[in-house]
Design a protein around this ligand. Structure first.
Ligand SMILES: Nc1ncnc2c1ncn2[C@@H]1O[C@H](COP(=O)(O)OP(=O)(O)O)[C@@H](O)[C@H]1O
Ligand SMILES: [Mg+2]
Length: 400
């Protein structure tokens, strides 16, 4: 006797070709990214095609609900408990309506790969509490998604990474290697979500792979926009920042945090890079009264500078480097201009040029992780690289 869903999972694991839905909802709290992927094979022999992609924005009320328990130390515990189920139910309903629109039956989909909603990220270097290690919490329970969609769901990927001694992030490197690691080209995969991270794929045996967070992506700019322009969640096309001037005093102070000089690999979150971070820098430099536009121009430059500094510190020689950009930050023209101006020696590309929608990339990476969870072992990951345990990740939820 074997559990029916377990039997089905074994059959799925052996399928030549799978349909996997990858989900991503990052620290920007902008909504849920849903990528329907066709996956053939596993490990470095994986072939992946994105068949459908949708980004479903959260309603403002729901965003506020999540915000109320997000990245702050004191929260309404009942709200957290309720949202653990409700985020999952909402994500499942989004999936069901996408499938209906795409005219695909749930029974045709083999797996859902659910990242969940990060509500707190606590690497040891941030919490500093003796006796405690690295921790991170994503909510949106996988069992609920499995039951509401009828599809086997793999979720909560980060806990295994933490259990193996790493910081639970960034996980991008596992998928980046599969998707982008096959050539002899020296590549950086730069993802600018709420937080910015990068994977360095040397494409040669002399240099080591590296994957780390860099600091804020959109998170500080978004926080500043939300404060000055209630109801506006981000600086659309950098219209506000473009109208302002960089304040050099504020810029220097923002750049002085010890996170930026800590060794690699490292991770961070909006627990550190938040409105209080900005406000304290403004207070220290007496720049509380600068205009919102100047503030946004400064934050935009700060974000770009720290990305550039981080990449330069991680990679000895940045000449002959292709930087492949993804995440919502690619839609911020001033941020991209600031980056490209500071790294003129590099070739910048959008992930689109390599066949992946920059907004879909993270969701696609989780689809790949789910595939490894049941059909691989992440055996293509070299043992012993700091922050990149050679392991499959994810927890399995059955619908029945
Ligand atoms: N047109 C745009 N102009 C400026 N910024 C944008 C634009 N579109 C998206 N963004 C930025 O991208 C963010 C969402 O990026 P995303 O990659 O989804 O992050 P996360 O993974 O944290 O959810 C938004 O909060 C916003 O800051
Ligand atoms: Mg997002």
């Amino acid at each position: 006797m074997i559990n029916n869903d377990l039997q089905r999972l074994v059959e799925i694991a052996h399928k030549k070709e799978k349909l996997v839905i990858g989900l991503m909802s990052g620290t920007s709290l902008d909504g849920l990214d849903i990528a329907l992927c066709q996956i053939i094979g596993h490990g470095m022999n994986t072939q992946l095609q994105v068949l459908q992609f949708a980004s479903i924005p959260y309603e403002p009320e729901f965003r506020n609900e999540i915000q109320s328990i997000f990245s702050v130390r004191m929260v309404d515990l009942e709200k957290l408990c309720l949202l653990h189920a409700e985020i999952a139910n909402l994500h499942a309903r989004y999936i069901n309506s996408c499938l209906q629109k795409w005219k695909i039956a749930a029974s045709e989909v083999d797996l859902i790969a659910s990242h969940g909603q990060t509500i707190y990220h606590a690497p040891k270097h941030l919490h500093g509490l003796p006796g405690y290690g690295n921790a991170s919490l994503q909510i949106g329970d996988g069992d609920h998604i499995a039951v509401v969609t009828g599809i086997i769901t793999i979720s909560d990927f980060r806990q295994k990474h933490l259990a193996m001694g790493a910081e639970g992030a960034p996980l991008a490197v596992y998928g980046d290697q599969i998707l982008f690691g096959k050539t002899g080209e020296r590549r950086v995969l730069l993802n600018i979500g709420g937080i910015a991270n990068f994977t360095f794929l040397p494409g040669n045996d002399e240099e080591a792979i590296l994957c780390t967070d860099l600091g804020p992506g959109n998170t500080m700019m978004d926080a500043c926009m939300r404060m000055h322009y209630p109801g506006q969640y981000y600086d659309n096309n950098a219209a506000v920042a473009k109208a302002g001037n960089v304040n050099e005093d504020l810029l220097l102070d923002l750049q002085s945090n010890k996170f930026f000089s800590a060794p690699y690999p490292k991770t961070t979150g909006p627990e550190l890079f938040s409105l209080p971070y900005l406000q304290s820098a403004q207070k220290k430099t007496g720049t509380e009264d600068i205009s919102p536009a100047d503030c946004m121009a400064t934050l935009n430059k700060f974000t770009a500078n720290m990305i550039v500094k981080g990449i330069r510190e991680g990679i000895n020689d940045t000449s002959n480097l292709t930087i492949i950009c993804s995440g919502g930050g690619v839609h911020n023209p001033l941020l991209m201009e600031n980056l490209e101006n500071e790294m003129k020696e590099c070739r910048f590309q959008h992930a689109t040029e390599l066949g992946i929608d920059p907004d879909a990339k993270e969701a696609v990476l989780f689809a790949l992780l789910a595939n490894e969870c049941i059909s691989g072992n992440a055996e293509f990951i070299k043992e012993g690289i700091p922050g990149i345990p050679a392991t499959a990740m994810g927890k399995i939820s059955f619908p029945h």
